[in-house]
Design a protein around this ligand. Sequence first.
Ligand SMILES: [Fe+2]
Ligand SMILES: [Fe+2]
Length: 270
Amino acid sequence: MEIKRENLIATLGGEEAVARMDSEAKADALEDFLSSELDKILLSKDPFPTVAEVEQKIPTRHYRMGVGNLFVAQAPGAKVKILPPMPDKPTLYDFFALRFAPANHVLQSAALAMKNGLPEEIILACLLHDTAQALMKADHGYWAAQMYTPYVPEKTAFAIKYHQALRFFADAAYGYEYPDLYRRLFGEDYVPLPHIRADYEMLRKHPWYDAPRLVTVNDYYSFDPNAKVSIDPFREIIARHFKQPKEGLGSDNSPVAHMWRTIARPDMAL
Ligand SMILES: [Fe+2]
Ligand SMILES: [Fe+2]
């Protein structure tokens, strides 16, 4: 993503205003600016790139597109921040506040699912569906489902896992269209990978097809950077359906504890 310094400064109220900001305020402002830059990509009127053009961009970056958001500062010249420490026995709330934040996209998706009167298992899936992007963006549905399987209902994990595959396939019956964002990210002539196509074929015949499909339908990108949603409306659903381990996420010796530890401490060199 190209960042023009003068655009960023202008957004923040000019050189003088920027000079008065402390470094934390500047970092927050940059994050806000980047999310509005994402909105610009989403709203861009440029022609869609081809797969070949997307690939040609790879060697122009110092990171790979699949890397988890916690592990790289994506803006040219930007640095990663010192992260606030996690409590000894972190809960899902601690991960939302300290590692997934601002998490607006998943909070807004869950709010939309709640407004649409969807079952609690699906609202929970919407709330969690992209949070593994902190760890890994490539194949994030599969990573997230693995991370959450020990703690959520089976249908919630199923919905999280397969929302990623169904995002690539339109379904007029649900009003779901192939997203322009994917034409921009993958190229307009992109063909989904074999495992995605195979999972789609499996899902079409599956009695739980609805579950991941409803996540894709409520997968919501707000274009209003001021629209902030809190996690509070979802506390009762989390209490009913999320099995918070008493030792804390990352310390419960589950098969996925290491994934939570890596998100908690992404600065560990080994
Ligand atoms: Fe996703
Ligand atoms: Fe999403």
